[in-house]
Design a protein around this ligand. Sequence first.
Ligand SMILES: Nc1nc2c(ncn2[C@@H]2O[C@H](COP(=O)(O)OP(=O)(O)O)[C@@H](O)[C@H]2O)c(=O)[nH]1
Ligand SMILES: [Mg+2]
Length: 262
Amino acid sequence: MTVSHIPTTASTGSAPQPAVERVLVVVATYQERENIARLLSEILAVDARLDVLVVDDDSPDGTGVVVDAIAVNEPRVSLLTRHGYRGLGAAVLAGLGEGRRRGYVLAVNLDADFSHAPEDIPRLLAAVAPPQGVPVDVVIGSRKIAGGNVVGWPLSRHLFSRLVCWWTRWVLWVPVRDGSSGFRVIRLARLEAVKSPSEGYAFFEEMLWQIHRSGGTIREVPITFTERRRGQSKVDWRQMLKGSGDLLRLGWATWTGKGTHR
Ligand SMILES: Nc1nc2c(ncn2[C@@H]2O[C@H](COP(=O)(O)OP(=O)(O)O)[C@@H](O)[C@H]2O)c(=O)[nH]1
Ligand SMILES: [Mg+2]
């Protein structure tokens, strides 16, 4: 994989800089020029601990150029460009891996289209190690528990999502209600357990599946997911079919123990 990495103060020098208190927000982007600048400023404003890494698959609309221009004056923002590759899961994993290399302990993952509200990030972060509770490895911003919600989806999208979440809970045997949510906090040390997962949309379920089976712990906190207002969704029938195939393969692996890793 060819990646060009535009360094920031957090990543300059030969060794990764430990960032013990800081948290890296990983945002995968493809064709998000209309959203990215405002998203970055909202994330930076919501919590002073946050840095942001945008992982862009060389979007033809120049998303990366916008991020690059912001990163010149904003050391909290950096860009990882993947050339010649497409795939949401692979992009997110590349961003999380980079965060780990840079020494971050925790990362947040969210979409670039404001479906995941930046103002929810501090609440998700608080749930990873609550003062009176048990620390966990993953916090999911969940649409499917009390207080969670989805705004702006057609019925077909609700039905597909319900089926995928049901499959994740009852066939893949991961004890969560919203295994598809892409809004998460991840303890980066747990990436150890994540081995060559799906490159597309099933990445989110497969990552949870691998973390759960390796003894990792998961908590859900409610969020409202709002369908994008600007730009196009990249999910099409081909992606859904590919994702469904990956989920069937995982179901087979869950119950037979075969084909766990490709
Ligand atoms: N880097 C990268 N990001 C992607 C790709 N496909 C989607 N994304 C990003 O993933 C997030 C969710 O994508 P979206 O199309 O909104 O999916 P939906 O919310 O499920 O309809 C957005 O930030 C997209 O820009 C891809 O192939 N590569
Ligand atoms: Mg979206």
